[in-house]
Every structure is written in C-alpha cells, then in structure tokens.
Design a binder for this molecule. Structure first.
Ligand code: NAP
Length: 306
C-alpha cells in the first residue's frame, strides 16, 4: 500500500515528487514510457525562474527528475491503463507493473498536441508530418517547411525550424496572431519566416513523404498548393484525462476541475499542472501546482492519520 502515487513526470509531477519525498511520503511516480512531459519536446526555456541564460527543456526535466530521486522518490516506467477511484484504497493499473494500491493520488498527466484530423496527416506522421520541431527539425536541413497555427507554439516551432530550413511558412486561419508580443516580434523579424494568413490546411500532400499542403483561403475561398518537405502542426493541446472520465468532475474541454488548491471532486485525489489548467499552462505554473498538490496530499494523509 502506497501513501501517495503521482501519475505523470512533467514539471507538475516532479515538483509534487520533490515535496512529497521531502515530507517523507515515499512517493511513487508513474512516469509513462517517456519521462519528462512536454518540455522534453521543446528547445530553450527562457522563462523558468533561476536560469538567467535559459536552459534546454530536456535538461531542465533531467535536473527535476534527479532532484526528486535524490530525496527518495521511486519511479515506475509504464503507462497507467486503468484507475479505480470509487473506493479505498484507490487502485491504479500499469501496463508494465500490475495493480498499485494507494491512499492518495496526484494526477499530473499534462496535455498532448492537437492534430488537424486529416486522413493524410495521420498517414504521413513520421514521414514529414510532426508535432515536435525539436524532435524532427534536424531531418529537414535545407528544405522548405510549413507550420500550422498562430499561437506561441507555432511561432516557437517556426523560429526553431529556421535553424535548418531555407524557408518556413506559417499558415494561420486568421489575419492576427494569438502568440505573445515577444514571440511575434521575433518571428516577424526573422527573414526565413513567411506568413500565410486567413488560410486552413485542407490536405497534406505526398505519397511516401510530405511534398506540401493544399491550403484554402477562407476569405476568398481560393485553394492553392504550398510546397514543403514537412508540415509541423502546432495548434494547441488537449488535457490527458481520458483515463479519469466518469470518475472525476471535468469541464467541457476535459480539464479536471479543482477547488481549494488542487482538490478534485474525490477527496484524496489531487490534480496539478496542465491537466487542470486551461489558462496559464506554463512550466512554472505547473511546478507551482505540483508543489500545492503535494502539500494538499500531505494534509489529507495527516487527516487520515495515515
Ligand atoms: P494556443 O495558444 O491555444 O494557440 C493555438 C493556435 O492554433 C491558435 O492560433 C489557433 O487559432 C490555432 N488553431 C487551433 N485549432 C486550429 C485548427 N483546427 N486549425 C487551424 N488552426 C488552429 O496554443 P499554443 O500555441 O500551443 O500555446 C498554449 C499555451 O502555452 C499558451 O498559453 C502559450 O502562451 C504557452 N506557450 C508558451 C511558450 C513560450 O512562452 N515559450 C511556448 C509555447 C506555448 P486562433 O488564434 O484562430 O484560435
């Protein structure tokens, strides 16, 4: 029987682990098959306090994991396949390690990239279609690329891709960007980045590999083909909450509802990070709520005299 199990190994999960371990709760982190969450697919993190010169996302996560481990956190590699939160003890099934029983749970499963939902997008994923410039940008040295979206993710991906590509076209469905001012300024100043406004991707072209995209201008109704060896889709994220559906209160978009700190609708189950945050979604806010969740779990266990 565990006292607290943390599901997820991004900034929320690992910060919860640091605090829970230092409170002698001997936490177990179920870290998925790929530890570290979304920051492992990003480049330079310039807005996490404490790193005046910035730090690479994967390096930051490695440091956080090491910090959690140093205080006695245990890690289990594998994905959770089922949870039962209806009775005590709570149970968690993991594909790599049977069923775990626990008195408290911190959910920090984060969010995943949204896709366009096109048939050829799925078919060509890994053959030119990607949601991670950091992972795949290297393969496109000297090529022309397409990025879809108008938020911070799209501009971050586009800016990063200019290290490899000869030209990056950002296709956005409106004529105004959603991204923050600083990211806009950077991208607009970058000579390798071009913007295709008021346009949606109707299809992704290519047989074995991506050769371009079919675009539709939603103002004029005209379609056109834009050549490119890669299409990077950066149109936002969806919370990873399918596992908890029907067991915890969620909002319309599937984010877990929390109140009084990180409490969910079931006492003893806490949620931290992007899985419960449709608004801020930053590494530092995820880490902050991870800390809160560990303190909330500690108080809950004290109230049980556990
Ligand atoms: P986002 O802010 O939700 O932006 C998504 C973009 O994709 C929007 O421009 C949206 O268009 C467009 N879009 C959505 N669905 C689409 C569809 N089906 N087809 C075409 N376009 C579509 O998501 P995000 O850029 O991933 O950013 C999420 C959060 O993380 C934000 O708070 C952001 O500030 C933060 N973030 C920060 C950094 C950084 O500071 N370094 C980097 C990445 C992300 P509309 O504008 O028309 O809605």
């Amino acid at each position: 029987m565990r006292r607290v199990v943390i599901i997820g190994s991004g900034p929320a999960g690992l910060t919860a682990a640091v605090y829970a371990a230092r409170a002698n709760l001997s936490p177990l982190v179920i870290e998925g098959w790929q530890s570290g969450g979304q920051l492992t697919t990003t480049t330079e993190v310039e807005n996490f306090p404490g790193f005046a010169k910035g730090i690479m996302g994967p390096e930051l996560m490695k440091e956080m994991r090491g910090q959690a481990e140093r205080f006695g956190t245990e890690f289990l590699t594998g994905d959770v396949t089922k949870v039962a939160f209806g009775a005590h003890p709570f149970t968690i099934d993991v594909d790599s390690g049977g069923t775990i029983e626990t008195k408290a749970v911190i959910i920090a499963t984060g969010a995943s990239a949204i896709q366009l939902g096109l048939k050829n997008e799925l078919r060509l994923t890994g053959h030119g279609v990607s949601t991670c410039a950091t992972c795949d940008g290297f393969f496109f040295r000297g090529k022309e690329l397409i990025v879809v979206g108008g938020g911070d993710s799209a501009l971050e991906e586009a800016t990063f891709l200019t290290k490899f590509a000869t030209k990056v076209s950002v296709v956005h469905r409106r004529d105004r960007l959603r991204a923050s001012k600083i990211m806009q300024d950077r991208a607009l100043k970058n000579e390798k980045i071009a913007f295709v406004w008021n346009s949606v991707v109707e299809d992704i072209l290519g047989d074995a590999f991506v050769t371009g995209a079919k675009l539709k201008n939603i103002v004029t109704g005209k379609t056109a083909e834009l050549p490119g060896a890669g299409v990077f889709v950066a149109i936002g994220h969806r919370p990873n909450t399918a596992l908890f559906s029907g067991q915890l209160d969620m909002d319309q978009r599937g984010y877990i509802r929390t109140s009084r700190g990180t409490m969910t609708s079931i006492p003893g189950i806490f949620a931290a990070g992007d899985v419960q945050d449709p608004v801020y979604r930053q590494a530092v806010t995820a880490a902050g709520t991870g800390c809160m969740a560990a303190i909330d779990a500690e108080r809950y266990l004290e109230s049980l005299h556990a």
